[in-house]
Design a protein around this ligand. Structure first.
Ligand code: NAD
Length: 249
């Protein structure tokens, strides 16, 4: 039985992860932590992070401002970490790699746990070398803590590595921000509206043609198979920091 801890267990994602883990025969929901105490899936939620030292793997869905400090604690507890919390820029990833240096445990950071989003990123990466340029539009609910999304950051990095050509775009921004954020040379545009959950379009252009790859998560249940796959696989993975689910699919 794998002992699983959930950090952020009273949040939208954490609560669903706690319920999903508790419903599995091979997993035990052994500890839950949040900023306030309460209860998730029948397990007490503690404000003391130390309760997570007793688990095999911690699933972290907290806040970009909290997650680096949390990862330091998980490193010292000598547990595996599956991280869904967003905000992992290259700088932040470098900090985590430093933090995790020499650990025998794995820190698996997953910008998006849904299978469709994993494939959307893969398809975009495949298309990138064949197109002159690409842009990303990510669309999320209006209570999302950060922008751009972790998925958009990861997608832009992968488009850049796969060889989307840098191009000169004519015209100036008469209003700052009109062309989006520049992530590794790829413009990323963030939309926040009530009614949305998690969506992304990658638009790739060539003279005379446009390819649009779009993914929509319409319910948070879309993330649960990926979370379970990560939780069940992380103990068998090479130690250190791993980004994305691709290697497990
Ligand atoms: N990787 C993915 O597939 C995926 C999918 C959805 C959301 N997310 C990300 O997951 C994170 C959480 O999203 P959410 O919608 O559940 O947010 P939320 O605000 O509903 O929940 C976050 C929870 O974390 C708690 N928290 C904050 N700081 C904490 C700390 N230091 N220790 C313990 N708990 C703490 C909050 O009290 C809250 O209950 C965000 O970064 C979001 O972008 C990732």
């Amino acid at each position: 039985m794998v002992k699983v801890g959930v950090a952020g267990a009273l949040g939208r994602m954490g609560r669903l992860v706690a319920e999903t883990v508790a419903a599995q025969d091979d997993l035990e929901l052994a500890a839950c932590v949040d900023r306030t105490s309460g209860e998730a899936a029948g397990v007490p939620v503690s404000v003391e992070r130390d309760v997570l030292a007793a688990v095999d793997v911690v699933v972290d869905f907290t806040h970009p401002d909290a997650v680096l400090d949390n990862l330091g604690a998980y490193r010292s507890f000598d547990v595996d970490a599956v991280v869904g919390t967003s905000g992992f820029t290259e700088d932040r990833l470098a900090k985590v790699r430093d933090l995790w240096e020499g650990s025998s445990r794995t820190c698996l950071i997953v910008p998006n746990f849904s299978i469709g989003a994993v494939l959307m990123m893969r398809f975009a990466e495949m298309a990138a070398p064949h197109f002159a340029a690409s842009e990303v539009i990510e669309l999320h609910h209006d209570r999302k803590a950060d922008a751009p999304s972790g998925t958009a950051l990861a997608t832009a990095r992968r488009l850049d590595s796969a060889g989307t050509q840098r191009r000169q775009v004519d015209g100036v921004e008469t209003v700052s921000g009109a062309r989006g954020a520049d992530i590794d040379g790829v413009p990323v545009h963030s939309v926040r509206l009530p009614g949305l959950l998690a969506h992304q379009e990658v638009i790739l252009g060539n003279p005379g043609e446009v390819l649009t790859i779009r993914h929509d998560s319409t319910d948070r249940v879309s993330f649960m198979p990926g979370v379970l796959l990560a939780v069940r696989s992380v103990a068998e993975m090479a130690p250190g920091v791993v980004v994305g689910l691709d290697g497990l699919l």
